[in-house]
Write a new protein. Structure first.
Ligand code: ATP
Ligand code: MG
Lengths: 251, 288
């Protein structure tokens, strides 16, 4: 399996405050990578760097090298909008647009120039099926998305991200606002999705990381302390700090 | 304990009284306008009054048709909206979403200043700059015209449209915009496809507020529109608005003429009530 993302010696500052120190990581294609670590250690910051959402914060400064499919994501000829189309994102808080369910999912494809009704219908259905929510919403596609439950909204947001056919899906604590049933549905879904997509997921739930991910990265105070196969990280961590954290003696 | 309760009640009563004063004023004005506006309409005839094309209140055989005023007010307001809304709306999108904080604060201060300028000053500048300008540019005998009034009104409604639209656009949750950008939409696409639709009822309310301001304005339009009771057949016609129809004859009117002026005021009042109801409708929808 080849690496779809390679990060070398990456540092990030919010103004004078350095939030990430010297990050090095290689994320394999079509796998699930989990980011764990205590609050404020920089997981979200790092995740948002990968699809350049941090560009929107004026004070952010980044050094180092980040490659997506061997191309520098900050390269001069890189169109940030195309990059974000390929590296989709699901946010911690479900954030469907205040539009119909259908329009939510069709938003991305429409933005990227698809106007044919039949084609859109097909994309919307496939995305909703992939996100395991089709059966629940197929009879009310024209209803406002804000009328759905939190768990449904989050799966809709996943469908919306899938509809632009990304290569990578970044998920920032996608289940932290959800009940156990919605959470396990999304976990199942994520494991399904890895056949087609590369998934990078931030989670505070150790069990979740263990259940779903192939590789795990442990962050602490802006540093990437340890990265490796999930089973190894949880059964025989190399670093003392990782061990303290996963055994609950920390954070 | 008892004393406290008494004070509570007293204060409650005072506030209620103050509230009732406002309501009382509105009721008083409404009742007064209806009572004093109806007789002339009855005497002149409902249709002749509203749809009569000629206003000649001081002729030996007076005519009291206010269609010229109604149409002028409608055209003038519509024209101001057609110019003022796109300009104000685009400015609001720029200030709310694109401008740097520095530019935003400077321009917002300028907008507030524009809102604070008394209408007589708008009228004065219109008279001295706009009216001669129109005469020269379009080569017409008199620049005091419907067009001049439309331009002045458009500028006068800008501040309220800009301010209310900015408030509505600023209130759009950032999560919506982030979601759109993360899907690969450009910032401009995001503003127009996500932010603006999410703020649409606030923006609609801003437009209605602008309509209200434009239709109720008297002083500035009196100074630049020529104030002649013509039908508004062309942009370059000298015209008179509903507001100015009342104010310009009030001081020397008497008898039926004076009563007819009250009827005009009643018509204007009904227009503004209608606009207020529409505004409240949008504001309520915004809250939901
Ligand atoms: N927009 C911002 N401006 C300034 N500092 C920020 C900003 N966002 C995050 N930070 C800082 O960067 C550090 C890392 O924050 P980040 O949100 O990445 O942590 P996290 O690991 O995702 O935490 P959590 O688990 O609570 O979500 C924190 O010290 C935070 O205060
Ligand atoms: Mg976070």
């Amino acid at each position: 399996m080849s690496n779809i993302i390679t990060v070398k010696d990456m540092n990030l500052w919010y103004g004078d405050h350095q939030a990430l120190h010297n990050i090095n990581i290689e994320i394999p294609e079509k796998s699930i990578t989990a980011f764990i670590g205590p609050s404020g250690c920089g997981k979200s910051t790092f995740l948002k760097t990968l699809n350049r959402m941090n560009d929107l914060i004026p004070s952010v400064k980044i050094t180092g090298d980040i490659r997506y499919n061997d191309a520098d994501i900050f390269g001069k000829d890189v169109d940030v909008n195309s990059l974000r189309k390929e590296i989709g994102m699901v946010f911690q808080k479900p954030n469907p647009f205040p539009m119909s369910i259908y329009d939510n999912v069709a938003y991305g494809p429409r933005t990227h120039g698809i106007t044919n009704k039949a084609q859109l219908d097909e994309i919307v259905e496939r995305a909703l099926r992939d996100a395991a929510i089709w059966d629940e919403v197929k009879d009310r596609l024209k209803k406002n998305a804000l009328g759905m439950s939190g768990g449904q909204q989050q799966r809709l947001c996943i469908a919306r991200a899938l509809a632009v056919q990304p290569k990578i899906l970044l998920m920032d604590e996608p289940t932290s606002a959800l009940d156990p049933i919605s959470t396990s549905r999304i976990e199942e879904l994520v494991m399904e999705l890895k056949n087609k997509y590369t998934i990078v997921m931030v989670t505070h739930n150790m069990q979740q990381a263990l259940r779903v991910s192939d590789n795990t990265a442990f962050f602490l105070l802006g540093e990437l302390v340890e990265f490796g196969k999930t089973d190894d990280i949880f059964s025989q961590p190399k670093d003392k700090r990782t061990e303290d954290y996963i055994t609950g003696r920390f954070g | 304990m008892k004393k406290n309760q008494f004070i509570e009640k007293l204060i409650h009563g005072i506030f209620l009284l103050l509230g009732l004063i406002t309501v009382g004023c509105v009721l008083l004005i409404t009742v007064y306008l209806v009572i004093s506006g109806i007789p002339a309409i009855k005497e002149i005839g409902f249709v002749d009054f509203l749809f009569g094309k000629e206003w000649a209140s001081t002729a030996s055989e007076p005519k009291y048709g206010i269609l010229p005023f109604i149409l002028t007010s409608i055209y003038g307001t519509a024209g101001a909206i057609i110019i003022g809304v796109p300009v104000g709306f685009m400015t609001a999108v720029y200030l709310s979403k694109m401008a740097s904080p520095k530019v935003k604060s400077v321009m917002q201060a300028a907008v507030s200043l524009l809102a604070g300028i008394p209408s007589v000053v708008y009228g004065l500048v219109g008279m001295l700059v706009l009216v001669p300008g129109i005469r020269k540019v379009f080569n017409v005998p008199d620049g005091a015209s419907l067009l001049a009034a439309i331009i002045v009104l458009a500028i006068m409604i800008l501040p309220s449209i800009i301010k209310m639209s900015i408030t509505a656009l600023d209130a759009v949750p950032k999560e919506y915009e982030d979601a759109s950008l993360a899907l690969g939409a450009t910032p401009i696409e995001t503003y127009f496809k996500v932010s603006v639709p999410a703020a649409k009822s606030g923006i609609a309310a801003a437009v209605v507020l602008g309509v209200g301001r434009a239709i109720g304005e008297a002083m500035a339009v009196m100074m630049v529109a020529g104030n002649v009771p013509n039908m508004p057949d062309s942009l370059f016609q000298s015209v008179r608005f509903l507001t100015t129809a009342v104010s310009s004859e009030m001081s020397y009117s008497s008898g039926l003429q004076r009563q007819a002026l009250f009827s005009i005021a009643l018509v204007l009042f009904l227009f503004i009530m209608l606009i207020n109801v529409t505004l409240n409708f949008f504001l309520k929808r915004e809250k939901e």
